[in-house]
Design a binder for this molecule. Structure first.
Ligand code: GLU
Length: 416
C-alpha cells in the first residue's frame, strides 16, 4: 500500500474531520477546502549566457477572514500547484493557532536555485514581484522567506516593488527582510527558536528530562540549524543531523560551532569529521528521544513510522509525515507535535516585524524572544488541553482550534 502523499488531499481530509467534529455547516468546509484564488505565472529570466529560461510560479491565497494573507515564497524544483495550495492552507491554520490576525497564503517557484548564478537569482526574484505585484500589499498579502529563499531575496523583492509603486508602504509588505531594511530582530532565528520552546514544553509533558536527552534533526537549513542550536542551549544533546549531502551521528552530542564552521565552508553537513556518517533512514529511526523533521514534506512514511525510536516527534517542517505514518506513530504511543503547532514561530515574528514596520518603532532581541516564547507556550498549552479534553491527538486538536477560530471570523464577516 502506498502512502497518501498529495498534501492538498491530505489537508482537505483533515479540514473535513475538524469541521465535522465542530459540527460546522457544510459551507465552512466548502470555503476551506480550496484556496480563494491561485495566480499562476511563468517567470522569464535571461540567463548569463544570453538564453532565456522560464519557471512556473504560483501564489495561493487560501483564506483572509482573520487578516491579510500571509506566507512564504519557496524556490524548489519539486514545487507544484497542489503543494503550494496545501502550504497556503497550513498558513491559515498556523496563524489561527498562534493567534495572529493574519490569513494563509504561499508561493512556490519551480526552480533549482543552486543552478542559478547570483545575478540570475536576483533577476528571478525581481521577476516574481513584477508578475505578482497586484496580488500583494500591506493589508492584502504579505510574503516572507521559505525553503531556499532568505532575507536577501526579500530585499530584492521589496526594492522591485518600491520601484513599481513609488516606494509606497514597501516596508510592511515583506517580512523576513534584512535588519537594515526594516527587518526584525530574531526573525531569522524565530522558527527554530519556537520549535525549541515547544519541544521543551512537550518533553516536560511526556516526562523527558533535557539533561542527557538526545535529539535527531533531519534537515540542516535555517530551521534545522536554529532548532539544533536552541535545543543545545536548553541542555539537549544534538546526536544526529542531516541534509541533502549526508547525515551525522554523535551520541554524546555534536559540536555545533565546529559543525556550523564546516557547513559555512562546505555547504553541507556531509563529511564533517566530528560524527560518523549515517543515512537518512538511519537518522529517522535513530536511537534518540526526540525526532525533529525540519526538511520537506512526506519524509516519515508508514514503513519508517513503525521503526521510529523517538518518544516525541516535533514537526519543524511543514507536512513532514504522511497520514498513514501519523496513525502508526499515534498507535505506538509516539507523541507528535504537528507542524501547525511546532513551527509558527517564524510567522509569529513575521507578524511582529509587520507591526514594527507599521508603527515605526523597533523592539530588542530579548523583547521579541520573550513575546515569541509566551505565544508559542500559550498555543501549545491550549492545543494540549484540547487534545486531553477531547481525547484526540495533538494534530486533530490543533485543526479543531484553528478551524473554530477561522470559522468564527468567516461567520462574523457573513460568509456563511
Ligand atoms: N515560510 C514560513 C512558514 O512556513 C514563514 C512564513 C511567514 O513568515 O509569513 O511558516
Amino acid at each position: 500500500m502506498q502512502d497518501s502523499t498529495n498534501p492538498l488531499v491530505n489537508t482537505q481530509v483533515a479540514f473535513q474531520d475538524a469541521c465535522r467534529a465542530l459540527g460546522l455547516p457544510d459551507a465552512v468546509y466548502q470555503i476551506l477546502k480550496e484556496p480563494r484564488r491561485v495566480l499562476e505565472a511563468h517567470l522569464l529570466v535571461r540567463r548569463d549566457d544570453g538564453t532565456t529560461a522560464t519557471f512556473p510560479a504560483w501564489r495561493s491565497h487560501h483564506n483572509n477572514a482573520r487578516g491579510p494573507y500571509k506566507g512564504g515564497i519557496r524556490f524548489h524544483p519539486g514545487v507544484d500547484q497542489n503543494e503550494v495550495k496545501a502550504l497556503s492552507m497550513w498558513m491559515t491554520l498556523k496563524c489561527a493557532v498562534i493567534g495572529i490576525p493574519m490569513g494563509g497564503a504561499k508561493a512556490g517557484v519551480m526552480v533549482d536555485p543552486s543552478s542559478l548564478s547570483p545575478r540570475e537569482l536576483e533577476a528571478l526574484s525581481r521577476e516574481f514581484i513584477r508578475e505578482f505585484a497586484s496580488f500583494i500589499g500591506v493589508d492584502r498579502d504579505v510574503p516572507a522567506p521559505d525553503v531556499n529563499t532568505n532575507s536577501q531575496v526579500m530585499a530584492w523583492m521589496m526594492d522591485e516593488y518600491g520601484r513599481m509603486n513609488d516606494d509606497a508602504d514597501i516596508f510592511g509588505i515583506f517580512t523576513g527582510k534584512p535588519i537594515p531594511l526594516g527587518g526584525s530582530a530574531e526573525r531569522t532565528e524565530a522558527t527554530g527558536e519556537g520549535v525549541a520552546v515547544v519541544t521543551r514544553r512537550a518533553m516536560d509533558r511526556v516526562g523527558l528530562a533535557p539533561a542527557g536527552a538526545r535529539v535527531a534533526v533531519q534537515g540542516y537549513g535555517n530551521v534545522g540549524a536554529q532548532t539544533a542550536r536552541f535545543l543545545a542551549a536548553r541542555g539537549v544533546r544534538v546526536a544526529a543531523v542531516s541534509d541533502v549531502g549526508g547525515g551525522l551521528w554523535q551520541p554524546e552530542g555534536l559540536d555545533l560551532d565546529a559543525l556550523d564552521d564546516w557547513v559555512a565552508r562546505h555547504g553541507t553537513v556531509g563529511g564533517f569529521p566530528g560524527g560518523t556518517a549515517m543515512t537518512n533512514r538511519e537518522l529517522l529511526t535513530a536511537d534518540v528521544d526526540v525526532l525533529v523533521p525540519a526538511a520537506l514534506e512526506n519524509q516519515i512514511t508508514r514503513d519508517i513510522a513503525g521503526e521510529v525510536r523517538a518518544r516525541l516527534v516535533v514537526e519543524a517542517a511543514n507536512g513532514p509525515s504522511t497520514p498513514e505514518a501519523q496513525e502508526i506513530l499515534f498507535a505506538r504511543g509516539v507523541q507528535t507535535v504537528p507542524d501547525i503547532v511546532a513551527n509558527p514561530g517564524g510567522v509569529y515574528v513575521s507578524y511582529l516585524e509587520w507591526v514594527q514596520n507599521r508603527g515605526g518603532a523597533y523592539w530588542s532581541r530579548s523583547e521579541i524572544s520573550a513575546r515569541l516564547e509566551q505565544a508559542m507556550t500559550a498555543a501549545f498549552d491550549q492545543v494540549w488541553a484540547l487534545g486531553a479534553e477531547q481525547a484526540v491527538d495533538l494534530r486533530r486538536a490543533a485543526y479543531r482550534l484553528a478551524v473554530q477560530r477561522v470559522a468564527e471570523a468567516m461567520h462574523l464577516r457573513g460568509w456563511y
